[in-house]
Design a protein around this ligand. Structure first.
Ligand code: GLN
Length: 253
């Protein structure tokens, strides 16, 4: 029986745990590196990626998370989790942040704007419907969401969406190259799959439609050589602003 770990440092891990319960799968909250050894797949939830990265860094989780990705076990990043999995993130806070990497794409961290520009929209998800049944549409909940700007050749696009007028309006007044690039875009990528990795810019765990969870659970361990290559890292100049001696996090079974 599959056991799915949910990284439980910060963000919407409870909601993913509840979704796993609804689907009848055992979920385990992950707060320590050694716990990763006991799970077959991992979900990295949404939340705030800089905070999550600081906590993961503080608890020395990055080496184990990278190791987990490179063994080929399925990993799904939602929203901040997607940022974590990307090989490159732009729009980061100064000093950058550490990423797990592995997903061959470039994400823009707060592409759709601030918290105020959060939105819900009906996404067209033909691949999901083909594999999981159900309607061609999926309610996408975007909370200060990232977007995927570029993908590598091995990445399959599962959903994209038009850039909302609100997003464009909110950045019209700002004058720099990156913002101009956003304004000129008509659509952006919001869900991708690459081998054992799945990434969604939105929050399926906040809806009652469990098809993304079900799709993820069908992903098999990828044993190709590609997975065993070292996962690229970036943003390692992160300051250890939380101090040097990590305290033990509790484990809730
Ligand atoms: N809902 C989310 O996970 C938001 C992610 C946020 N854009 C970040 O940088 O972390």
């Amino acid at each position: 029986m599959t056991t799915v770990g949910v990284l439980a440092l910060q963000g919407s891990f409870n909601e993913h745990m509840a979704a796993l319960r609804r689907i009848g799968v055992k979920g385990v909250e992950i707060r320590k590196a050694e716990q990763l050894q006991a799970v077959d797949a991992l979900i990295i939830p949404g939340g705030e990626s800089t905070t999550m990265a600081k906590l993961a860094h503080y608890h020395n989780l990055f080496p184990a998370l990278r190791e987990f990705v490179s063994t080929g076990k399925p990993v799904w990043g939602t929203c901040a989790g997607l940022i974590f999995l990307a090989n490159k993130a732009i729009g980061q806070k100064s000093g950058g942040q550490e990423l797990i990497g592995g997903l061959d794409c470039i994400v823009n961290r707060n592409f759709f704007g601030s918290q105020l520009q959060s939105f819900e929209t009906e996404l067209s998800v033909p691949k999901l419907a083909e594999e999981e049944g159900g309607p061609n549409g999926f309610r996408g909940v975007f909370i200060r969401a990232p977007a995927i700007l570029e993908v590598g050749p091995d990445v399959e696009i599962l959903a994209d969406c038009p850039v909302p007028l609100e997003t464009k309006k909110s950045i019209m007044s700002v004058d720099n190259g990156q913002e101009e690039e956003i304004v000129s875009r008509e659509r952006v990528i919001v869900a991708v799959r690459q081998g054992n990795l799945l990434g969604t810019a939105f929050h399926p765990e906040l809806t009652t439609d469990l098809r993304w969870h079900s799709l993820f659970l069908k992903m098999k361990k990828d044993s190709s050589d590609r997975c065993l290559q070292r996962v690229p890292t970036s943003g390692t100049d992160l300051e250890d602003s939380l101090g040097k001696t990590p305290f033990d996090l509790p484990i809730y079974e």
